[in-house]
Ligand binder design. Structure first.
Ligand code: F6R
Length: 259
């Protein structure tokens, strides 16, 4: 795992956007995986600046969102359909037909989830998956005890996740109880993983993800199994890492290492 510790959220966004832009520029018809929540917003804004400056073209890029609430009208401002539409498709000048979000309003969720898996496959798989991490270690909405082999499916949200996400709604009662999320197995199939985290509230989860055992208690520890996983975090999110000095040492010498 590559661990990059930077001073603050602005630097997290700049580094993550640069990493994504490199993949997008270097791959034909790139497929990106996108997350919602607060963590990736700065990264999307930094990418949008590149698009506005004419340094990046997203018109041929496809996107697949990690997850969606179940039972929220797609037009609800907090549905991930709306949020991804605004923060990703519109802001990055993407073709809306190429931007996919799981169906939170399906008649048959099992079929809808299988369709989503097939759509990712038909697009050629995800070249780079952007991730945030929940305070309980979830990625997507793969809550603790999710199988590392899981695929896109319906999940019950953990009480902590509903409480954490209540800030986007009028009250916790409005936060849906269920979600559709890409599984940990789906996420691990992406060719590269890029996780961003800022703030002290993420420090315990970040330490468990990087330095804890690979265990379903911390779903994000699945990143330890991926060949090309990069974690970009600020000082506060890195504050509980035991090998903090070593990660700085590695970053410092990386540029000088033999090819
Ligand atoms: C949402 C998602 C979640 C969030 C996580 C952190 O698509 O994948 O795993 O990344 O809940 O949320 P924030 O960034 O709001 O702290």
């Amino acid at each position: 795992m590559e661990i990059v510790i930077v001073p603050d959220g602005a630097a997290v966004a700049a580094h993550a956007a640069a990493a994504m832009a490199n993949v997008i520029r270097g791959t034909e018809r790139t497929v990106i995986g996108v997350a919602t929540g607060s963590s990736p917003l700065g990264t999307y804004e930094a990418l949008a600046e590149m698009v506005r400056a004419g340094e990046l073209d997203m018109t041929d890029v496809s996107a697949f969102a990690l997850d969606e609430y179940v039972g929220l009208d797609p037009e609800h401002p907090e549905s991930y359909h709306s949020v991804i539409g605004k923060t990703v498709a519109d802001q990055l000048g993407m073709d809306p037909a190429r931007v996919h979000v799981p169906n939170g309003f399906a008649n048959n969720f099992s079929d809808a989830c299988d369709d989503y898996e097939r759509a990712i496959e038909a697009a050629g798989g995800i070249d780079i998956q952007l991730l945030g991490i929940g305070a309980n270690g979830h990625i997507g909405f793969n809550e603790p005890a999710s199988s590392f082999a899981s695929r896109t499916r319906l999940k019950t949200l953990a009480p902590q996740t509903r409480a954490d996400n209540a800030r986007f709604f009028n009250s916790i009662d409005e936060v849906p109880m269920y979600s559709v999320t890409q599984g940990l197995g789906t996420i691990l199939d992406a060719r590269r993983l890029l996780l961003v985290a800022q703030g002290e509230a993420k420090a315990d989860a970040v330490a468990a993800m990087i330095e804890g055992p690979v265990a379903s208690l911390c779903p994000a520890s699945a990143l330890q199994l991926h060949r090309f996983a990069t974690v970009i975090i600020d000082e506060a999110a890195a504050s509980k890492l035991k090998l903090r000095d070593y990660y700085d040492h590695v970053q410092h010498h990386r540029a000088l290492a033999p090819a």
